[in-house]
Each structure stands twice: as C-alpha cells, then as structure tokens.
Design a protein around this ligand. Structure first.
Ligand SMILES: [Zn+2]
Ligand SMILES: [Zn+2]
Length: 252
C-alpha cells in the first residue's frame, strides 16, 4: 500500500471520527511541536554535540553568542507564548463545542495542484503581511513598547524566533501565517504542511547557522544585527522597497 493511500485512509478516518474544531486544535499543537519546538531544540543541541561543525557554521562570532542563562530565559518566554496561544485557541473551539473550523475538513485529500496553489498563496500572503506588520513594529513610537523585546537577541538562536511580546506574537508571528489560509478555507492538511514549513523556516532564520542556504538565515540574522534591513521573510517585499541587504559591514 502506497504512502498516498495510507494517508488517504488515515485522514478519512480522522475527519469522519473527530469534530472539526478538535482536529484543528490538535493539528495546531502537533504542528507547533513538529515544526518549531523539535527543530529549535535540535539547532540548540548542535553546539554541544558537534562543536567544530557549530563553530564553522555560526553566522556571528563566538564572542557575540548569548550566555546559557539568556538562552534558558528565551526558551521559557517562547514556550509561554505557545502555551497562552494554544489555551486561547482551545477556548475559542470549546465555546462552539468543537463543531466549527474555517479550514476544509472534507474526508478526501487535496489535489496536488490545489496543495501547491495554496502553499504559494500562503507564502506570498505571509511575506506581505509580515513585512508591513514588522515595519510598523519598527516605528519609533511602537518599537520600544513591543518589538524591542524580540530584538534583545542581536545574535539569535532558533527559539528567539518566538521570543516576543504577546501582541507581536499574535500579529507578526501567528496571523500572517494562519489568517490568509483560514479566510481562503484551505484544506486542513495543506494548512498543516504549510504551517509546519513556516514554523521551521522561522526557527532556521533565527538559528544563527548558515549551513542551509534555503532559507537564507543570514538575511534575518542581519536584521537582528543591524535592525533596519531585511524586514521580510523571502526577500520579495525587501526587494520591492529597497530594504534588502546581504552581509554588509559584518565583523566577527
Ligand atoms: Zn527575528
Ligand atoms: Zn525587527
């Protein structure tokens, strides 16, 4: 039996057995663990397990790396952001007895064409939304109250992706990924795959390592170092607005 047939059978069972709100909530927790918490932990362990490889691939120099207690603090805040948002998500479905979801829960799998179209739509929509929300967060009247917290880590580690003020976490991290696909009524499985990809991408962008060229972590790493460059996620909006910069003025 092929993987496609197995997946089709498993999804048909899940979608006809559990309520849509419960599938959406459990899927979101699963996505956060698989897409973010596991990869962020792996990135964090590279330094201990493979110190030579780690030194070779760190984007910024050893002197600039955060101390262990700063990393612990970062992990705690990041996990608390996950926890309060998951609680809010759970309560919103609890109030409707888990009978509702904006995502498509049909027992069939989405076609490959629909999957690719939704993925590209999500990618572009996130880039546009995140870029403008992020630029707004850099406005001098807003920056100190909200976004300054995310910029505490000039040399980021993967967990720093979600080291953020709760308002920022909702408007910059969560809604640009979820809202466009929710409004479009995307199939649950397409949404799950897309959100896992985007969460991993955020962890990789903040990992501090350059060994993967896609996503190019140097771009967002440089945003943490220099602040007023590379606001977006895939480089498109930075290219349009002339805020794209690759590696100038970097010292070790
Ligand atoms: Zn960042
Ligand atoms: Zn910023």
């Amino acid at each position: 039996m092929g993987v496609h047939t197995q997946l089709e059978g498993a999804w048909a069972h899940i979608s006809t057995t559990y309520k849509p709100g419960m599938i959406e909530f459990m899927g979101s927790v699963f996505g956060q663990v698989i897409g973010f918490i596991v990869p962020a932990t792996v990135y964090l362990m590279i330094d201990t397990l493979f110190p030579k490889f780690s030194q070779r691939h760190k984007i910024q120099g050893a002197r600039r790396q955060p101390k262990p207690q700063q990393i612990r603090h970062c992990v705690v805040i990041c996990l608390s952001n996950h926890a309060w948002l998951a609680t809010l998500h759970f309560l919103s479905h609890y109030m409707t007895d888990f009978n509702h979801s904006y995502l498509e829960m049909a027992p069939t799998l989405p076609s490959l064409t629909t999957f690719v179209a939704d993925f590209l739509f999500g990618l572009l929509a996130r880039e546009v939304l995140f870029y403008y929300v992020h630029r707004a967060l850099h406005h001098p009247r807003i920056y100190v109250y909200i976004h300054k917290m995310h910029h505490k880590y000039i040399t980021p580690v993967a967990f720093a992706a979600e080291y953020a003020h709760p308002v920022e976490h909702l408007f910059a991290n969560v809604l640009p990924i979820t809202l466009p696909l929710y409004l479009k009524g995307t199939h649950f499985l397409s949404f799950l795959a897309f959100s896992i990809f985007e969460l991993w991408e955020a962890a990789a962008d903040h990992s501090g390592y350059d060994f993967l060229k896609l996503p190019p972590a140097e771009l967002h790493d440089l945003h943490h170092e220099k602040f007023r460059v590379n606001y977006g996620t895939i480089g498109l909006m930075d290219w349009i607005h002339g805020t794209n910069v690759v590696g100038w003025d970097r010292r070790g």
